[in-house]
Structure formats: C-alpha cells, structure tokens
Write a protein that binds this ligand. Structure first.
Ligand code: SF4
Length: 232
C-alpha cells in the first residue's frame, strides 16, 4: 500500500501485484439472472460485476475523453444489489453460491464489470470451482486473463491494445470506428459475434451489425436478449 495513501484501493489490481492475495474485492453488484448475450445466452447464471474499469472512470463528465465511450453499465461503487466489499475469495464465492441457491447442476457464474481482470485472481476462480461453478468472464481484453477460466469472452474496444487474443468468444460491439473486423479474424476464438451497439442510433447499429454478419459469415449476430425480455 502507498504510504501516502493509506486507504484501501477500491480496485485491487491497481496497486498490488497481479498474483497472490490482493486484499479486498470491490463488487458493484451480484445477482441471479439469465445470461443475455453471446453463445451462452439463455443460461441461468449468477452475474458478478466488479467495480471499476481501466478504460473509463464511470463518471459522465469523463466519458468524452475516455478510451471507451459507449459504455451502458454502471460499475461505480459497491452499492448495487448483492454488492459490497469482500475480504477474501472464500467470502465472495460463498456469496455467489448463496445467490445461486440449491442445486449443483450447471452452476454458472459470469464475472464482468467494469473490467473484471483488475480484480479477478486465481484464488477466486479456485474458490468458485470448489463450489462447482463454471467460471465465465467478460473482459475488454486489455489485461491478460487469469488461469483456470472456463469461458473467456473478449469485447475489444477501438484504440486499445488488446493483449488477450485467445478465448471462447470474441464479441464485437458494432459499429466502432477504428476497428476493422477483418483484422480480428486471425485471433484464436471459437466464436466471432457481432452485437449492435446500444445507442441512440439503435436501428442504424442493428443494420450495421446485420450487414457485417451478412458480408462476413465468420461473424454471427448476437442481441442483448436480457434487455428485450426486461431482465437485468
Ligand atoms: S471497457 Fe466495458 S466496462 Fe469499461 S467502459 Fe468500456 S464497456 Fe464499460
């Protein structure tokens, strides 16, 4: 800890080593829902949303100058449903398990943010595995994924340096100026998904996503089904 700043950081990864015990996990929210996006759409899942992102502060006044400007998620603080600060991996994994409830079959936790790789570590992955969860992560790919994950979804953002170029699904929010989908197709993912940007020009974004999937069959259209059916 910085002697000039003795208060604990809300982002564990920002001050401390990327390996080993890192202190408190800051969780924006944690809740039970159906996965609404990507190849696992429709699956019952606990969503664990970590606080904080390395591409935007989360404050509207910073959006125009952020590296990522189209975020549709509140990841600031720890005040959401099921959120809080957790002292260690066991405590957080217990929270996830209690939210899932009874039944050990097909347990799935989707770890997102913000940027989950700021906080996620192997200790938490192992604690979740011990509770029979498959551990999926949704990341912007600018930080390497920790080992042991069962599903890696990378959503690249224009103008950023994506270091995580392997995984299960590459989810391109579209359109984004500064990204050429052809340049992503050599990355090592099993699934290439294009998702219309959730913005004011919704129809234009949907048309652009459909056009991409029609023109480049490597890509498959995915919609934010949870929003269509009114889930979080
Ligand atoms: S990288 Fe993801 S969480 Fe971070 S600002 Fe962009 S969309 Fe939001």
């Amino acid at each position: 800890m910085d002697a000039h700043n003795p208060s604990p950081s809300p982002l564990r990864g920002s001050l401390l080593s990327p390996k080993g015990a890192r202190g408190i996990y800051a969780v924006k929210e944690c809740f039970l829902t159906l996965q609404g996006e990507g190849m696992q759409s429709g699956s019952r899942a606990v969503f664990l949303r970590f606080a904080g992102c390395n591409l935007w502060s989360g404050r509207e006044q910073d959006r125009a100058t952020a590296q990522c400007t189209f975020c549709d998620t509140d990841f600031v603080g720890t005040d959401g449903e099921g959120g809080g600060k957790f002292a260690d991996a066991e405590a957080l994994a217990d929270r996830v398990a209690s939210i899932w409830g009874e039944g050990a079959e097909n347990r799935l936790v989707v770890i997102t943010g913000g940027e989950p790789m700021l906080q996620l570590d192997e200790a938490l992955v192992e604690a979740l595995h011990a509770r029979r969860f498959r551990v999926a992560v949704e990341t912007n790919g600018t930080l390497p994924a920790v080992r042991g994950l069962d599903w890696i979804c990378v959503s690249p953002k224009a103008g950023t340096d994506v270091v995580q170029r392997t995984g299960d699904e590459l989810k391109l929010v579209w359109p984004q100026q500064g990204i050429d989908p052809a340049n992503l197709e050599s990355w090592a993912f099993d699934h290439f998904l294009v998702q219309p940007m959730d913005c004011e020009a919704r129809q234009e974004a949907l048309d652009a996503a459909i056009n991409l999937a029609m023109e480049r069959p490597r890509w498959r259209l995915t919609l934010q089904a949870h929003k269509l059916v009114g889930l979080s």
